[in-house]
Design a protein around this ligand. Sequence first.
Ligand code: HEM
Length: 291
Amino acid sequence: MSQSGDYDAVRKDIVAQLKKPDYDDGSAGPVFVRLAWHSAGTYDVASDTGGSNGAGMRYEAEGGDPANAGLQVARAFLEPVKERHPWITYSDLWTLAGVVAVKEMGGPDVKWLPGRTDFVDDSKLPPRGRLPDAAQGADHLRHIFYRMGFNDQEIVALSGAHNLGRGHKDRSGFDGPWVNNPTRFSNQYFRLLLNLEWKPTTLSNGVKQFNYSDPDAPADEKEEPLMMLPTDMSLLSDSSFLLWVKKYADDKDLFFQHFADVFGKLLELGIKRDDKGSVINTDNVRGGYVS
Ligand code: HEM
């Protein structure tokens, strides 16, 4: 057991949990990033409800939301880390795991501060339906992400996380990776989104996505198709989104910088800090937070 507050020791143990030879593409990194995002992405600025505080996915109301299908795997991968460092809150652990995973997969340093609480404040519980529905389009993305306080540029930068991981038929119903190397953080997602010919495809489960298969690959070397979600494709058909897709496809450093900023901001939603960065009033006062 490490000393309370030794986040470097926690980071090390998260790194040790990343390598998973028998799981997906060999890494828990992508699903850690998704866990961090879904833990925070329920936030609503107007009512100051939702967000990563409270680690609500431990409970059925949030954990059982169909939008969170599959994230129990990520939480189970992190359980040994919690056992070795019982002083860390789940809400800090899940958000930190996303930050560590991005870095280990070759992405930028994302600023992360501790202090989230696992105290569940019933008055802050988010209703289901706050996370995005991948079958929809640009209006829906704006509706969901403006609610969290993000703008168009930030929506596109956040979407660049789809450089990582894959859709799973038994989780969301979508199937396949976005890029050829889904455990390496890069701006490849934007380049492929812009440059490949994506074909509308209906999977055997009825789910509609967009696929690309290399037509020149020899039959015996055919790789699984790459995919885009309808929401990913909507970034191309909206001029304000498209502007940023092009910038990020052209400029990896700009994307890394903007992704680091916006992912850090996402993980802070609903967390109130004083000017030294300490969290204000979360662990010992029932009934909410000082704003
Ligand atoms: C995976 C939807 C934004 C990170 C997925 C999947 C869907 C989805 C349907 C497949 C899940 C599965 O079957 O396992 C969306 C939609 C978004 C969005 C509609 C709206 C823009 C984000 C954001 C992030 C993110 C903001 C992080 C910053 C990921 C990652 C995966 C993923 C890393 C791969 C998970 C894995 O491999 O297990 N997303 N997502 N997504 N998403 Fe998103």
